[in-house]
Design a protein around this ligand. Structure first.
Ligand code: FDA
Length: 298
């Protein structure tokens, strides 16, 4: 459904779909996202912001997205929020012009660095991984405050981690959200979870030595606890890594983890182009489809 052009055009206009997506998204505007961000301040959870949209087809559109993110960084500063930005490379022109994309990345990373924040790059489907890593390596050389997402379901990720470690990278490890073929990705849940755990454990000592900023981008708190157990057994602090979760998912667990000493970040997505992103959230958890259908009947 994420790739269906007819649904992409029509479904977001239907009131029940708009009601359903509100569970994962405080609103379509940056102001609504920032208002939601404020509510996490008292519980010590800081924020990642992402403007939804991907695979843009015009350079003007990509330029406008980059401009929007500069505005976001200014608004974050004005509100004194602890918030960083996470973007998709196809949002700022990766399908169209690599050099222009790099120009946007470098300018945004420089802007984010003014307040000591990281500019995060999301990871999209497997055909984009090489180009994303190429741009990341280049960006990291010029802007140490650059972070990238890696997907544990990809068979190549251990090799990518080893090749990135000398750069003192900032890595968000996720399980992976795209429907990838078995030739490039693990398809079984147990295999993905095992890959996730072993990658986390591999990166943990580097993170504890300050050579890597490690974000565990997952709602799988059992996995997080297993990584924390490894840390404790190796006498490493659980603050060596941070836990990053999406707005609206396992909020109670986010608060519990923050209260028990974990560093927790909440990623708030907003924007009008939520269709493909929302379909991936439904695919992750079939119960969400029932929730969406219930909105159909009010
Ligand atoms: P898993 O799917 O095993 O879920 C564990 C538990 O969490 C479930 O049992 C359920 O309780 C809860 N849960 C998970 N998903 C839910 C949902 N949609 N609705 C309700 N409950 C849910 N992917 C990618 O390919 N590129 C990227 O750049 C990113 N970026 C990113 C950033 C952050 C901060 C997060 C948290 C995730 C991503 N992802 C991503 C998505 C990621 O790849 C993955 O698809 C989801 O996080 C779901 O997997 P979990 O690790 O949460 O585990």
């Amino acid at each position: 459904m994420a790739g269906n052009a007819f649904l992409r055009r029509h479904l977001p206009r239907l009131p029940f779909a708009r009601r359903a997506v509100r569970r994962f998204m405080p609103g379509e505007t940056i102001e609504e996202a920032l208002d939601a961000a404020e509510t996490f301040r008292p519980v010590g959870i800081s924020i990642l912001l992402t403007h939804l949209g991907e695979n843009l087809t015009s350079l003007e559109g990509a330029d406008a997205v980059a401009e929007h993110y500069h505005r976001v960084l200014n608004l974050v500063r004005a509100r004194g929020l602890d918030a960083e930005v996470s973007l998709k490379l196809t949002q700022i022109g990766l399908d169209l012009d690599m050099e222009r994309t790099y120009g946007h990345l470098a300018a945004l990373a420089a802007h984010a660095a003014e307040r000591g924040g990281t500019l995060w790059i999301d990871m999209e489907s497997s055909p984009y991984v090489d180009r994303s890593l190429e741009l990341y390596r280049r960006l990291k050389a010029d802007h140490p405050n650059a972070g990238i997402c890696l997907q544990a379901y990809l068979r190549r990720t251990p090799t990518d981690v080893h090749s990135l470690l000398p750069l003192r990278p900032q890595i968000r490890l996720v399980k992976g959200a795209y429907d990838e073929p078995a030739s490039v990705a693990f398809r079984r849940r147990e295999e993905v979870d095992a890959a996730y755990q072993s990658l986390s454990v591999l990166m943990l000592p580097h993170a504890a030595r300050g050579e890597l900023r490690l974000g565990l981008g997952t709602h799988d708190t059992r996995l997080v606890e297993r990584v924390a157990d490894h840390a404790r057994a190796a006498n490493l602090p659980i603050t060596a890594f941070e836990v990053q979760m999406l707005y609206g998912i396992r909020t109670d667990e986010q608060r519990r983890l923050a209260a028990s000493g974990f560093v927790v970040k909440n990623l708030i997505a907003y924007g009008e182009a939520w269709y493909a992103w929302y379909m991936r959230r439904l695919a992750e958890r079939p119960a969400n489809v029932l929730f969406a259908l219930r909105q159909l009947f009010g």
